[in-house]
Design a protein around this ligand. Structure first.
Ligand SMILES: N[C@@H](CCC(=O)N[C@@H](CS)C(=O)NCC(=O)O)C(=O)O
Length: 215
């Protein structure tokens, strides 16, 4: 049985599992309660961040790596175009840009603005991280002017990666998406698998509802 530990970016993994029709269970990890109080999870990921995956005797962290693992080990799946598919280069680029360029940058904006001591909220690092987010988002916007999905005409795991990052930026109130990105998110999130993932991820569902109420 596949176990996903934690929501947050674990939502990407749950969404992918729903798209692939694989059986899994979600084991919540409450970072706000303090991961140091969850020794069972620390035994899975001693670094204490989420998500993590267990699949038989495999244990992994890093949401994008976990998605690549699941598609390779439990595929093939059209969510991951093969290396000779014309969609492959864009797929590979945006799969990683969703985390390395977008979500990781926005994470430091969000924690600075919400968790840092008052005097440290407006810091250079957070402003730079926002600039990085915006420049990478520009590549997404340019791509969406040419195709409905990031790898072309078909939905792929790159769209799961980037959609998560865009929803993260929007829900935290740290960024307002433009019209093309909003239309894109509306397109990717109307998939049935996304709806099922939202039913499973109670924390994400509650967060999305609270964020929608504040807009
Ligand atoms: N690159 C990692 C980022 C993981 C990450 O930063 N997760 C956040 C929650 S979504 C977290 O656990 N933060 C607490 C920490 O880093 O200590 C991934 O894609 O899985």
């Amino acid at each position: 049985m596949i176990t996903v530990f934690g929501e947050g970016r674990g939502f990407r993994v749950v969404w992918l599992l729903e798209e692939m029709g694989l059986a899994y269970r979600l084991r919540p990890v409450d970072l706000l309660a303090g991961v140091e109080n969850d020794p069972e999870y620390l035994a899975v990921n001693p670094a204490g961040y989420i998500p993590a995956l267990q699949d038989g005797d495999v244990t992994m962290v890093e949401s994008i790596a976990i998605m690549e693992y699941l598609m390779a080990r439990h595929g093939p799946t059209p969510l991951a175009p093969g290396p000779h598919d014309p969609a492959f280069p864009a797929y590979q680029q945006f799969l990683h840009l969703g985390e390395a360029g977008l979500a990781a940058s926005m994470y430091f904006v969000v924690v600075s603005r919400n968790l840092a001591p008052e005097a440290e909220r407006e810091n250079w690092g957070a402003r730079k991280a926002l600039e990085v987010f915006e420049s990478r988002l520009g590549l997404v916007t340019r791509r969406l002017a040419r195709s409905p999905y990031l790898a072309g005409d078909a939905f792929t795991a790159a769209d799961i990666s980037v959609t998560y990052a865009l929803e993260f930026a929007q829900r935290t109130g740290c960024f307002t998406l433009g019209e093309p990105e909003q239309a894109y998110v509306a397109r990717t999130t109307r998939r049935e698998a996304y709806g099922r993932a939202m039913q499973t991820c109670h924390g994400t569902r509650a967060w999305a509802a609270a964020a929608a109420g504040q807009r």
